[in-house]
Design a protein around this ligand. Structure first.
Ligand SMILES: [Zn+2]
Length: 672
């Protein structure tokens, strides 16, 4: 077999095994027997044995936590050659100074330098490299042994699987340790999509990172977009000689590892304390959670001299930032009405200082939470804030008026007096069900016009309030019938501003379906689901005519979302609204975009008669661009190209929820 052929076969087998792993571990829907799976794996192993240079480090044959029969993959336990110690914590500058006094006892009056590093609030992991190749990754575990999570750690783009050719001083053996974390922005997006899918959100980025590292499938882990900072080592043999922590960090940077840039060399304990105080305030502005500062004696020989205790090194200590918590009194409890009518209880608080900011309100999330907390007006409560997240009430510390009743769900909408209903037993939300609730329309218009939706610049809160108050619009589509004279009647609107707003409205008509769909504000349909739906159906008509079955099979669309879309478009009022948008000139289509015409790995089925291009030629085009032709439709088909008089394949594709495109769309896709 030629090398080229072997490479292709290895790629194909790898992709296929990965797909089966996904079906098995994530969807719990294996499509082949264990024996068949083993045969695929064996075939791949054979090929790799014949061509060892083609074996990828992350090949499924190298998978450490192998697939086991009962459907549960357990991570292998691995011993750390050098124990992963934890650090002693200090909670005040006095304690930091006390630590300094202790090391002084050993070092006498010799000079001592420190390296201070931010303590990333993540999960510790160890990475073992042999001659520049990543061989083993493990959790900290109990410090003596942890779990083999090599594959999951490989998903972190910053972790070199193999050190690049140009890298100098590659060590023979390197066991580095670092902190795996999820940046705040990613964390927020992750929780948002979990909520949309009806899943429980993660409590904080650290939990999200640790949960992600324990996932059984690397593709799922890779979607979590983990990151890491390297900060220390267990073993280092060969390579560059380093004598202190500062040299070690710059060495790691040169080897291509991510090292936190805020690390600083301090010549005295006063400088150390200044660093701690400075970053206690700065931590709010970081892209990730930090819970303190790690202080290390810089010189390795001094570190050795100081030695270790049973649990931790004497030459290092962690200074933990004070918790971002405070107690205050609940002044009243407000109920806010969102664009989908959902009522959210919010605690209005006696203003209190918390982690450098003044807090005067905190979310109570939902009424179940209110009940669980047993919160009453007048109670003293513990509040907590983390990052940019809205502060939340953790618990009642002291009941202000125990005889009063716990705050309960209002019977009527506080904005319009409409009826309030619990929307579904599994979901904790209560809604105002009045379809013409003015607050909902206001929130709905703001959402529709927002940057992530139709992006109508100038359609802010003040403008929307006026437009609604003047009765200029009754629904979202009315935005497009606003006239110049209407807008000129608004406060502060002169000619230019008016023209700008009308132009922004006009321009929004050609926004892609995904943006439009997100803007519509169908319950549970967020940005990601909107994009998935738009990419699947391409235009509003196909989406409106989709069946529940077609919706459920789409990635990123869970059952709750599928039902929500289905129910939404069943409503006569929704269809009338879409018609109104259409008459206003909105395109409501999703452009077909395949980057650079690259169809790598995409599977196509043709059906019906193509008018502008012979079938054979169309198929050749697909293959030339890396795609594959299938003779029949299956769940693995990516696209069905339907010409005139399409046959049963068209029906099958519809039933399976496969993307169907017409000849024109196909030609755009292949840039023919
Ligand atoms: Zn209402």
């Amino acid at each position: 077999m030629s090398k080229d052929q072997a490479r292709k076969d290895i790629q194909r087998l790898t992709a296929e095994i990965r797909r089966h792993n996904d079906l098995y571990y994530n969807q719990q829907q294996p499509s082949i027997s264990d024996a068949e799976y083993d045969r695929l794996l064996e075939k791949l192993r054979q090929l790799e044995d014949e061509h060892p240079d083609l074996r990828a480090v992350d090949s499924p044959t190298q998978k450490v936590g192998a697939r086991v029969k009962d459907g549960r993959k357990a991570f292998r336990t691995v011993r750390h050659d050098v124990k992963m110690l934890s650090l002693d914590n200090t909670y005040s500058m006095e304690e930091v100074r006390a630590w300094y006094k202790r090391i002084r006892k050993t070092l006498g009056d010799r000079g001592v330098e420190f390296v201070v590093e931010l303590k990333i609030d993540g999960v510790s992991a160890a990475f073992r490299y042999e001659r520049g190749k990543f061989m083993l990754g493990a959790t900290r575990g109990d410090g003596e042994s942890g779990e083999d999570i090599t594959e999951n750690l490989m998903t972190i783009p910053e972790i070199p699987v193999e050190m690049k050719a140009g890298v100098k001083d590659v060590p023979d053996l390197l066991d580095v340790r670092g902190e795996v974390y999820i940046p705040r922005e990613r964390f927020d997006a992750l929780n948002k999509s979990r909520l949309e899918k009806g899943e429980e959100p993660f409590a904080n980025p650290r939990n999200a990172a640790s949960g992600s590292l324990k996932l059984l499938d690397r593709d799922a882990v890779s979607k979590r977009a983990l990151k890491v900072f390297i900060h220390s080592f267990g073993a280092l043999q060969g390579g560059r000689a380093v004598h202190d922590q500062g040299q070690f960090l710059s060495y790691m940077k040169d080897l291509g590892f991510p090292v936190n840039s805020s690390a600083r060399l301090c010549k005295s304990i006063e400088e150390v304390i200044a660093f701690c105080e400075e970053h206690q305030l700065k931590r709010e502005n970081l892209a990730y959670d930090v819970d303190g500062v790690v202080i290390k004696v810089n010189s390795f020989s001094q570190q050795e001299e100081l030695g270790l205790t049973q649990k931790s090194p004497r030459w290092a200590v962690a200074y933990k930032f004070p918790a971002q918590q405070a107690t205050t009194e609940v002044v009243r409890i407000d109920v806010q009405v969102g664009r989908t009518g959902v009522l959210t209880p919010v605690a209005k608080l006696q203003p209190v200082e918390c982690g450098g900011v003044t807090i005067s309100s905190a979310t109570l999330h939902n009424f179940d939470q209110v009940k669980k907390l047993g919160i009453r007006v007048g109670d003293r409560v513990l509040i907590e804030r983390a990052g940019d997240v809205i502060p939340k009430v953790v618990k009642v510390v002291e009941s202000g008026n125990p005889s009063s009743t716990v705050f309960s769900v209002p019977q009527r909408c506080p904005e319009c007096g409409g009826k309030v209903m619990r929307e579904n037993l599994e979901l904790v939300a209560y809604r105002c069900i009045n379809p013409s609730c003015p607050k909902q329309l206001e929130q709905g218009v703001l959402h529709f016009a927002s940057r992530l939706a139709m992006d109508i610049e100038g359609m802010g809160e003040a403008v929307v309030r006026q437009i609604l108050a003047k009765g200029m619009i009754k629904d979202l589509a009315d935005i497009y019938s606003l006239k110049k004279k209407d807008v000129l009647g608004l406060e502060l609107f002169k000619d230019k501003k008016t023209d700008n707003l009308l132009l922004a409205i006009e321009n929004s008509k050609s926004r892609p379906l995904s943006k439009f769909l997100f803007g519509l504000g169908v319950a549970h349909i967020g940005e990601k689901a909107s994009l998935s739906l738009a990419q699947r159906f391409k235009n509003i008509d196909r989406l409106m005519d989709s069946s529940l079955d077609e919706l459920i099979v789409i990635d990123d669309v869970g059952h709750v979302m599928a039902h929500s879309v289905n129910e939404f478009f069943k409503q006569r009022s929704a269809r009338l609204l879409i018609e109104k948008f259409r008459r206003a000139g909105l395109s409501m289509v999703e452009p077909i975009e395949i980057v650079g015409g690259e169809l790598q790995g995409k599977k196509f089925v043709f059906t019906g008669v193509l008018s502008g291009i012979p079938r054979k030629q169309a198929e050749a085009l697909v293959m030339r661009k890396g795609g594959e032709i299938m003779s029949s439709v299956s769940k693995n088909t990516d696209f069905v190209v339907a010409g005139e008089n399409p046959g049963s394949k068209h029906e099958q594709a519809r039933a399976l929820g496969i993307m169907i495109i017409n000849e024109q769309e196909f030609r755009e896709m292949v840039h023919d």
